[in-house]
Design a protein around this ligand. Structure first.
Ligand code: 13P
Ligand code: ZN
Length: 271
Protein backbone atom coordinates (compact mmCIF):
# COMPACT_ATOMS: atom_id res chain seq x y z
CA UNK A 1 0.00 0.00 0.00
CA UNK A 2 1.16 3.53 -0.76
CA UNK A 3 1.93 5.70 2.28
CA UNK A 4 -0.63 8.26 1.09
CA UNK A 5 -3.29 5.61 1.88
CA UNK A 6 -1.97 5.04 5.42
CA UNK A 7 -4.03 5.69 8.53
CA UNK A 8 -1.44 8.29 9.56
CA UNK A 9 -1.86 10.45 6.46
CA UNK A 10 -5.63 9.96 6.68
CA UNK A 11 -5.73 11.08 10.32
CA UNK A 12 -3.65 14.21 9.68
CA UNK A 13 -5.63 15.05 6.52
CA UNK A 14 -8.94 14.71 8.35
CA UNK A 15 -7.91 16.71 11.42
CA UNK A 16 -6.37 19.57 9.42
CA UNK A 17 -9.61 19.76 7.42
CA UNK A 18 -11.62 19.75 10.65
CA UNK A 19 -9.42 22.46 12.22
CA UNK A 20 -9.64 24.62 9.12
CA UNK A 21 -13.43 24.43 9.34
CA UNK A 22 -13.30 25.45 13.01
CA UNK A 23 -11.85 28.72 11.69
CA UNK A 24 -8.60 28.25 13.58
CA UNK A 25 -6.15 27.82 10.69
CA UNK A 26 -6.28 30.78 8.37
CA UNK A 27 -3.86 30.74 5.44
CA UNK A 28 -0.82 28.68 6.55
CA UNK A 29 -1.68 28.99 10.26
CA UNK A 30 -1.09 25.87 12.35
CA UNK A 31 1.18 22.84 12.13
CA UNK A 32 1.19 19.22 13.29
CA UNK A 33 3.92 16.66 13.90
CA UNK A 34 3.18 12.97 14.48
CA UNK A 35 5.81 10.50 15.69
CA UNK A 36 5.35 7.23 13.79
CA UNK A 37 6.97 4.10 15.19
CA UNK A 38 9.47 2.39 12.87
CA UNK A 39 7.42 -0.82 12.72
CA UNK A 40 4.60 1.11 11.02
CA UNK A 41 6.96 3.02 8.72
CA UNK A 42 8.35 -0.34 7.56
CA UNK A 43 4.89 -1.43 6.38
CA UNK A 44 5.19 1.24 3.67
CA UNK A 45 8.97 1.66 3.35
CA UNK A 46 10.75 -1.73 3.69
CA UNK A 47 14.03 0.20 3.89
CA UNK A 48 15.05 3.84 4.18
CA UNK A 49 15.46 5.56 0.82
CA UNK A 50 15.84 9.30 1.24
CA UNK A 51 14.63 11.86 -1.32
CA UNK A 52 16.65 14.75 0.14
CA UNK A 53 18.12 16.08 3.37
CA UNK A 54 16.74 19.04 5.31
CA UNK A 55 18.85 20.88 7.91
CA UNK A 56 17.16 21.33 11.28
CA UNK A 57 19.08 24.42 12.46
CA UNK A 58 19.21 23.02 16.00
CA UNK A 59 20.24 19.75 17.61
CA UNK A 60 17.40 17.31 18.17
CA UNK A 61 17.35 15.61 21.56
CA UNK A 62 18.83 12.10 21.72
CA UNK A 63 15.44 10.48 22.39
CA UNK A 64 14.25 11.66 18.96
CA UNK A 65 17.21 10.49 16.88
CA UNK A 66 16.44 7.88 14.22
CA UNK A 67 12.74 8.52 14.80
CA UNK A 68 10.18 9.22 12.07
CA UNK A 69 7.77 12.17 12.00
CA UNK A 70 4.90 13.02 9.70
CA UNK A 71 4.94 16.85 9.61
CA UNK A 72 2.91 19.60 7.94
CA UNK A 73 4.96 21.71 5.53
CA UNK A 74 5.90 25.33 6.08
CA UNK A 75 3.69 27.79 4.22
CA UNK A 76 1.12 25.08 3.49
CA UNK A 77 -2.57 25.63 4.13
CA UNK A 78 -4.50 23.26 6.40
CA UNK A 79 -7.45 23.52 4.02
CA UNK A 80 -5.38 21.96 1.24
CA UNK A 81 -3.89 18.95 3.07
CA UNK A 82 -6.88 16.69 2.45
CA UNK A 83 -6.83 17.47 -1.30
CA UNK A 84 -3.11 16.84 -1.78
CA UNK A 85 -1.38 15.24 1.24
CA UNK A 86 1.82 14.43 -0.64
CA UNK A 87 2.51 18.10 -1.33
CA UNK A 88 1.44 19.49 2.03
CA UNK A 89 2.91 16.85 4.36
CA UNK A 90 6.30 15.18 4.67
CA UNK A 91 7.62 12.06 6.38
CA UNK A 92 11.11 12.65 7.79
CA UNK A 93 13.63 10.65 9.78
CA UNK A 94 15.78 12.53 12.30
CA UNK A 95 19.38 11.49 11.72
CA UNK A 96 21.65 9.94 14.32
CA UNK A 97 23.52 13.18 15.14
CA UNK A 98 20.28 15.20 15.48
CA UNK A 99 21.17 17.87 12.89
CA UNK A 100 19.34 16.73 9.78
CA UNK A 101 15.93 15.44 8.76
CA UNK A 102 16.01 12.89 5.92
CA UNK A 103 12.93 13.12 3.71
CA UNK A 104 11.29 9.78 2.84
CA UNK A 105 8.00 10.98 1.39
CA UNK A 106 6.10 14.20 0.64
CA UNK A 107 6.89 17.93 0.20
CA UNK A 108 6.61 17.16 -3.51
CA UNK A 109 7.08 20.77 -4.64
CA UNK A 110 10.43 21.10 -2.84
CA UNK A 111 8.99 22.20 0.50
CA UNK A 112 10.17 21.46 4.02
CA UNK A 113 8.94 21.04 7.60
CA UNK A 114 6.96 23.75 9.39
CA UNK A 115 8.94 26.78 10.58
CA UNK A 116 7.78 25.76 14.07
CA UNK A 117 9.66 22.46 13.90
CA UNK A 118 12.01 23.59 16.73
CA UNK A 119 9.01 24.02 19.08
CA UNK A 120 7.56 20.71 17.88
CA UNK A 121 10.68 18.59 18.30
CA UNK A 122 11.72 20.22 21.57
CA UNK A 123 8.19 19.64 22.91
CA UNK A 124 8.19 16.05 21.61
CA UNK A 125 11.43 15.38 23.51
CA UNK A 126 10.04 16.72 26.79
CA UNK A 127 6.65 14.99 26.48
CA UNK A 128 8.26 11.71 25.32
CA UNK A 129 10.45 11.68 28.44
CA UNK A 130 7.41 12.41 30.65
CA UNK A 131 5.26 9.85 28.81
CA UNK A 132 6.75 7.44 26.24
CA UNK A 133 3.32 7.08 24.61
CA UNK A 134 3.18 10.71 23.49
CA UNK A 135 3.08 10.88 19.70
CA UNK A 136 1.50 14.18 18.64
CA UNK A 137 2.31 17.88 18.94
CA UNK A 138 -0.31 20.19 17.47
CA UNK A 139 -0.22 23.98 16.99
CA UNK A 140 -3.15 26.11 15.91
CA UNK A 141 -4.66 29.61 16.14
CA UNK A 142 -8.03 29.22 17.94
CA UNK A 143 -9.84 32.55 17.98
CA UNK A 144 -11.26 32.74 21.52
CA UNK A 145 -8.08 31.40 23.13
CA UNK A 146 -6.17 34.23 21.46
CA UNK A 147 -8.84 36.75 22.60
CA UNK A 148 -8.63 35.48 26.17
CA UNK A 149 -4.84 35.76 26.21
CA UNK A 150 -5.12 39.37 25.04
CA UNK A 151 -7.47 40.19 27.96
CA UNK A 152 -5.46 38.63 30.81
CA UNK A 153 -2.00 39.06 32.29
CA UNK A 154 0.47 36.47 30.95
CA UNK A 155 0.15 34.37 34.08
CA UNK A 156 -0.67 30.68 33.87
CA UNK A 157 -2.30 30.54 37.32
CA UNK A 158 -4.68 33.37 36.35
CA UNK A 159 -5.34 31.89 32.87
CA UNK A 160 -5.95 28.38 34.24
CA UNK A 161 -8.21 29.68 37.03
CA UNK A 162 -10.38 31.64 34.57
CA UNK A 163 -10.77 28.49 32.44
CA UNK A 164 -11.57 26.19 35.37
CA UNK A 165 -14.10 28.72 36.74
CA UNK A 166 -15.91 28.98 33.36
CA UNK A 167 -16.55 25.34 32.40
CA UNK A 168 -16.82 22.28 34.66
CA UNK A 169 -15.08 20.12 32.01
CA UNK A 170 -11.94 22.24 32.12
CA UNK A 171 -10.36 20.97 35.35
CA UNK A 172 -11.23 17.38 34.39
CA UNK A 173 -9.59 17.61 30.94
CA UNK A 174 -6.49 19.59 31.97
CA UNK A 175 -5.96 19.30 35.74
CA UNK A 176 -2.27 20.17 35.29
CA UNK A 177 -3.37 23.59 33.97
CA UNK A 178 -2.29 25.53 30.92
CA UNK A 179 1.22 26.90 30.42
CA UNK A 180 1.33 30.50 29.18
CA UNK A 181 4.10 32.18 27.19
CA UNK A 182 4.21 35.93 26.57
CA UNK A 183 4.16 37.24 23.00
CA UNK A 184 7.45 36.18 21.39
CA UNK A 185 8.95 35.94 17.92
CA UNK A 186 7.68 32.66 16.52
CA UNK A 187 9.53 30.16 14.32
CA UNK A 188 12.70 30.43 16.45
CA UNK A 189 14.70 28.04 18.60
CA UNK A 190 14.07 30.42 21.55
CA UNK A 191 10.29 30.04 21.44
CA UNK A 192 10.85 26.32 20.95
CA UNK A 193 12.90 26.08 24.13
CA UNK A 194 10.41 28.22 26.08
CA UNK A 195 7.50 26.05 24.89
CA UNK A 196 9.31 22.83 25.77
CA UNK A 197 10.12 24.16 29.24
CA UNK A 198 6.37 24.69 29.84
CA UNK A 199 5.64 21.25 28.38
CA UNK A 200 7.49 19.71 31.34
CA UNK A 201 4.44 20.53 33.49
CA UNK A 202 1.62 21.03 30.97
CA UNK A 203 0.29 19.30 27.85
CA UNK A 204 -1.13 22.63 26.68
CA UNK A 205 0.82 25.87 26.21
CA UNK A 206 -0.63 29.13 24.92
CA UNK A 207 1.39 31.63 22.92
CA UNK A 208 -0.05 35.04 23.78
CA UNK A 209 -1.36 36.93 20.72
CA UNK A 210 -0.66 33.89 18.53
CA UNK A 211 -2.18 30.51 19.40
CA UNK A 212 -1.79 27.29 21.30
CA UNK A 213 0.21 24.04 21.47
CA UNK A 214 -1.25 20.72 22.55
CA UNK A 215 0.43 17.34 23.11
CA UNK A 216 -1.14 13.90 23.17
CA UNK A 217 -0.77 10.17 22.70
CA UNK A 218 -2.77 10.48 19.51
CA UNK A 219 -4.41 13.08 17.28
CA UNK A 220 -7.71 12.88 19.18
CA UNK A 221 -6.10 13.57 22.52
CA UNK A 222 -4.07 16.59 21.34
CA UNK A 223 -7.09 17.96 19.47
CA UNK A 224 -9.43 17.26 22.42
CA UNK A 225 -7.25 19.28 24.78
CA UNK A 226 -7.13 22.25 22.41
CA UNK A 227 -10.83 22.04 21.61
CA UNK A 228 -11.72 22.05 25.33
CA UNK A 229 -9.52 25.09 26.00
CA UNK A 230 -11.03 26.86 23.00
CA UNK A 231 -14.65 26.02 23.94
CA UNK A 232 -13.96 27.26 27.48
CA UNK A 233 -12.27 30.42 26.23
CA UNK A 234 -15.34 31.02 24.08
CA UNK A 235 -17.59 30.72 27.15
CA UNK A 236 -15.27 33.05 29.06
CA UNK A 237 -15.20 35.70 26.32
CA UNK A 238 -18.94 35.58 25.58
CA UNK A 239 -19.83 36.01 29.25
CA UNK A 240 -17.08 38.51 30.14
CA UNK A 241 -18.57 41.34 32.21
CA UNK A 242 -21.93 39.55 32.62
CA UNK A 243 -21.14 36.58 34.84
CA UNK A 244 -23.57 35.90 37.68
CA UNK A 245 -22.85 32.19 38.19
CA UNK A 246 -19.15 31.46 38.31
CA UNK A 247 -18.17 27.86 39.14
CA UNK A 248 -17.52 27.75 42.91
CA UNK A 249 -14.08 26.60 44.10
CA UNK A 250 -15.76 23.75 46.04
CA UNK A 251 -17.20 22.31 42.82
CA UNK A 252 -13.78 22.37 41.16
CA UNK A 253 -12.27 20.65 44.21
CA UNK A 254 -15.17 18.16 44.16
CA UNK A 255 -14.53 17.32 40.50
CA UNK A 256 -10.83 16.82 41.15
CA UNK A 257 -11.64 14.48 44.08
CA UNK A 258 -14.26 12.57 42.08
CA UNK A 259 -11.86 11.94 39.21
CA UNK A 260 -8.82 11.53 41.47
CA UNK A 261 -6.94 14.34 39.75
CA UNK A 262 -3.81 16.15 40.83
CA UNK A 263 -4.61 19.82 40.27
CA UNK A 264 -2.06 22.43 39.26
CA UNK A 265 -0.98 23.97 42.58
CA UNK A 266 -1.87 27.57 43.47
CA UNK A 267 -4.96 27.84 41.25
CA UNK A 268 -7.67 26.84 43.73
CA UNK A 269 -7.10 27.12 47.45
CA UNK A 270 -8.02 23.87 49.20
CA UNK A 271 -9.89 24.69 52.38
P1 13P B 1 4.28 27.26 9.06
O1 13P B 1 3.56 27.59 7.79
O2 13P B 1 5.77 27.40 8.94
O3 13P B 1 3.86 25.91 9.61
O4 13P B 1 3.86 28.35 10.16
C1 13P B 1 2.53 28.51 10.50
C2 13P B 1 2.37 29.03 11.87
O5 13P B 1 1.35 28.80 12.50
C3 13P B 1 3.46 29.81 12.48
O6 13P B 1 3.33 29.86 13.86
ZN1 ZN C 1 1.22 29.77 14.48
Amino acid sequence: MDFVESKFVKEVSEITDNMYHQGWDERNGGNISYLIDEQFVREYFPKDVFLRDLELGFTADEVLRNKYFLVTGTGKYFKNVIKDPENNLGLVKIDSDGHTAHLLWGYRDGGRMTSEFPAHLMSHAVRFKANPNNRVIMHTHPTYTICMGACLPTDEVVFTRKLWKSNTEAVVVFPEGVGVLPCMVCGTNEIGMATAEKMKEHRIVTWTNHGIYGAGNDIDEAFGLIETVEKTAQIYMLTLGHVVNEIPDEVIIGLAKLWNLKMMPGVIEEK
